[in-house]
Design a protein around this ligand. Structure first.
Ligand code: CP
Length: 328
């Protein structure tokens, strides 16, 4: 913010330095990750996850640090896994939502953030319906800002742990052919995947009704990192197929009827029979069983959906450490 001219010459309140001067990093976007960082994050996530799964006490690398989660839209996975990740590494946590904070009384998001920053937290983790809010917060924040999903724009930690799941299952996170199906245009998950594919020098494939795959403008900055394909003919080429939730709250109801969607693009046992035998089924969830997927597929042998969600905790532990400047 530009300083306003003022005749005031009295004492000024103490100023907290900008985040980067204190050694914090942001993850408001996949664009905040340097090339090469993804593999380091994955190796750290795998180490922490294996310790957790073997009952080994985790290093308290975030002890004496304070995080505030600001979930201004509903969430189960992102909120709980970030909070679990932070608590497991010793971070102390406070959580607010839109409904139980003064946002409900009309306070602006900027005034809310400035108030939260006055308590000297080490990180703010924010989810919001407003595309661009986490990136705006990060511009002049005094602590790390992590994007837990902003409107139809980005969900960087989701994209990171989706590819981590490919690494776990297939031994490679860059080369597997990853196909997204459904409501592409409203998906912040795909927004981050396209950026992540560009960062890794690879490509994601997108299939769905024409009204939901009109993304030429949205993804124009990353040519080569995405391609719209025909679902039926592409299925045999996919190493992983990731269904997406139909985002009715973001306008998905226009352009395609639910009946049309289910007939043309729902992932059914018949459609999945066209996949290679080792190909995986993913979904960032929450799943609308019977819309994006036939209900029984969620818990079918091909499904990695529950493990994918669990991997969110592991990758978010590593991400929190990186954002706090923890050395590995
Ligand atoms: N995948 C995901 O962001 O889920 P939640 O909305 O439950 O956080």
């Amino acid at each position: 913010m530009r300083a306003m001219p003022s005749g005031y010459t009295g004492p000024r309140p103490p100023q907290r330095p900008p985040a980067v001067e204190s050694g914090y990093r942001h993850c408001a976007s996949v664009d905040d990750l340097p090339p090469g960082q993804v593999e380091r994050l994955y190796k750290r996530a795998r180490l922490l996850q294996s310790m957790l799964e073997r009952g080994i006490h985790l290093p308290q690398t975030l002890e004496h640090r304070l995080g505030i989660t600001c979930f201004l839209e509903p969430s189960t996975r992102t909120r709980v896994s970030f909070e679990a990740a932070a608590l497991r590494l010793g971070m102390q946590l406070i959580s607010i939502t839109a409904a139980d904070s003064s946002l409900a009384k009309g306070e602006s998001d900027r005034d809310t953030r400035l108030t939260l920053e006055s308590y000297w937290p080490d990180t703010l983790i924010v989810r919001t319906a407003e595309a661009g809010l986490p990136q705006r917060w990060a511009m002049d924040a005094t602590c790390s800002v992590i994007n837990g999903g902003d409107g139809t724009n980005e969900h960087p930690s989701q994209a990171l742990y989706d590819r981590y799941t490919l690494w776990e299952a297939l031994g490679n996170y860059r080369t597997p052919t990853l196909l997204f199906v459904g409501d592409i245009v409203h998906s912040r998950v795909v927004g981050s995947h396209v950026r992540l594919a560009a960062l890794l020098g690879t490509r994601v494939y997108l299939a769905g009704p024409p009204a939901w795959t009109t993304v030429e403008e949205k993804f124009a900055p990353w040519p080569g990192a995405w391609e719209v394909v025909d679902l039926e003919s592409f299925l045999p080429r996919a190493d992983a197929v990731c269904a997406l939730r139909v985002q009715t709250e973001r306008g998905a109801a226009t352009g395609v009827s639910l009946e049309e969607y289910i007939a043309g693009w729902q992932l059914t046992a018949e459609r999945l029979d066209r996949l290679a035998p080792q190909a995986m089924l993913l979904h960032p969830a929450p799943v609308n069983r019977g819309v994006e997927l036939s209900p029984e597929l969620v818990e079918s042998p091909r499904s990695w959906i529950q493990r994918q969600g669990g991997n969110g905790q592991a990758v978010r532990m590593a991400l929190l450490e990186w954002c706090q400047g923890v050395q590995w």
